[in-house]
Design a protein around this ligand. Structure first.
Ligand code: ADP
Ligand code: MG
Length: 229
């Protein structure tokens, strides 16, 4: 059914085959026979025109939509990061936001440690008491990523995470995800939707979504060149 993976390479983080999804009340499917394999680490990008089904696919992978057709197998915990962090961050301070994501059954000390570590990993060390409204857009997006890390997600699903950010913050968030997905120890996997062709230069592979169907992984730079031309 799924191609078997050689034992020397780590198992993919995610495998999907034949996915189909039709939104309630629509007659045209948003996804049709859509498949993908996301490797165990790295930064993988999806591009495609508006309405081609990218967000639907991410929501399906995140388990926010019921599986209607096809198969989906994930080896790791995943977490979604939305375009607008204000739709995601619910609590008044950085620390309280992260505590919400941390397993409540852990001892208090362990929760504190995990909280500090998550802030540290996204470059927000020491800001646990900082009110969220006092953060910049880029800092808010990094906090949303910290919450994903605090929840022990290993597959980050990012839906146009830089669309609302200024150029400096875009760079910050992209560099952070690059770092997390290429570090030597426990590198994470990121599936990143973008409409910024320049971001494709930073990925390990990119795929084009067209009419609810996803093409194969290819070089991000080559795909960007083709789409720009
Ligand atoms: N909540 C929804 N209800 C009904 N239709 C939707 C909803 N979200 C998306 N769609 C439809 O699904 C199709 C794919 O949309 P979407 O996954 O958002 O594409 P993309 O993220 O690539 O812009 C579009 O035709 C869109 O109108
Ligand atoms: Mg979308």
């Amino acid at each position: 059914m799924f191609p078997s993976t050689p034992s020397t390479t780590p198992a993919p983080a995610l495998e999907a085959e034949g996915l189909g999804y039709t939104w309630p009340g629509r007659d045209q499917p948003a996804l049709r026979d859509c498949g993908l394999q996301v490797p165990a680490s790295g930064l993988w990008m999806l591009v495609g025109s508006n309405g081609s089904g990218k967000s639907t696919l991410l929501r399906l992978i995140a388990g926010l939509l019921p599986l209607q057709r096809g198969q989906l197998r994930s080896r790791v915990r995943s977490a979604l990061v939305f375009q607008n962090p204000d739709h995601q961050l619910l609590l008044p301070s950085c620390g309280s936001e992260l505590l919400l994501a941390i397993d409540a059954s852990l001892e208090r000390d362990d929760r504190e440690r995990r909280l500090e570590r998550a802030l540290d990993q996204v470059g927000l060390a020491g800001l646990a008491d900082r009110p969220i409204h006092a953060l910049s857009g880029g800092q808010k997006q990094r906090l949303a990523i910290a919450a994903a890390l605090a929840s022990e997600a290993e597959l980050l699903l990012l839906d146009e995470p830089t669309a609302l950010l200024d150029p400096a913050s875009q760079q910050e968030v992209l560099a952070l995800i690059r770092r997390l997905t290429s570090r030597a120890e426990q590198p994470l996997t990121a599936l990143w939707i973008t409409h910024r062709l320049e971001e494709l230069a930073s990925c390990d592979g990119a795929a084009l979504m067209r009419d609810g169907h996803l093409g194969p992984w290819q070089s991000g730079t080559a795909l960007a060149r083709r789409l720009a031309g």
